[in-house]
Ligand binder design. Structure first.
Ligand code: FE2
Length: 202
């Protein structure tokens, strides 16, 4: 069994002006594709074949198989990223997730400020995540390919802060990229579904 690059859940120009078609085509068609193809080569004929991406991430980390971990985690992280963004995004969350955001961050504005601060303070390549930790919401950052599931956290939303995610459109201005995501493109419906299924399983 080999892994396949998942299709984007929208057309490559659907997130403009937040992200250009060129950025999305490069990010998905070159970077994400590269992780999936490298992973397939690395696991060919190994004990990892037949495992899910999640299982590969956990086992490769335990065993110190760094290249396999990096490519499996990046495959997983990017699939989660495409769903975290939406052409119809950007409204404030309502329902149980909206209540949990107010409880954890004071308000939607408080959430946005905390999320942006984590995005800007991630030194170098990495990710910012909204996660469920012990029933409550938290914002965490991970470096390079690292992923919250590695740390027992349950992600509900992410943003990629590797330069490859925004450099063509924003150059080095990560703050403007994060602002645009938060105001126009957050897929709150996806985050709410994740939040409610984690709560239901708890
Ligand atoms: Fe990326």
């Amino acid at each position: 069994m080999t892994f396949e690059l998942p299709d984007l859940p929208y057309s490559a120009d659907a997130l403009e002006p937040f992200l250009s078609q060129q950025t999305l085509e490069t990010h998905h068609g070159k970077h994400h594709r590269g992780y999936v193809e490298k992973l397939n080569k690395l696991i060919d004929g190994t004990e990892y074949q037949g495992l899910s991406l999640h299982e590969i991430v956990v086992r490769a980390k335990e065993k110190g198989d760094t290249a396999i971990f990096n490519n499996a985690a990046q495959s997983l992280n990017h699939s989660f990223l495409w769903e975290s963004m939406s052409p119809d995004g950007g409204n404030s969350p309502v329902g149980p997730l909206g209540d949990a955001i107010d409880a954890a961050f004071g308000s939607q504005k408080g959430f946005q400020e905390a999320f942006k601060a984590k995005a800007l303070s991630q030194f170098g390549s990495g990710w910012v995540w909204l996660v469920v930790d012990s029933g409550g919401l938290k914002i965490v950052q991970t470096g390079n390919a690292d992923t919250p599931i590695q740390h027992g956290l349950q992600p509900i939303l992410t943003l990629d802060v590797w330069e490859h995610a925004y450099y063509l459109d924003y150059k080095n201005d990560r703050g403007r990229y994060v602002d645009s995501f938060l105001s126009d493109r957050v897929n709150w419906a996806f985050a709410a579904r994740n939040f409610e299924s984690i709560k239901a399983a708890a």
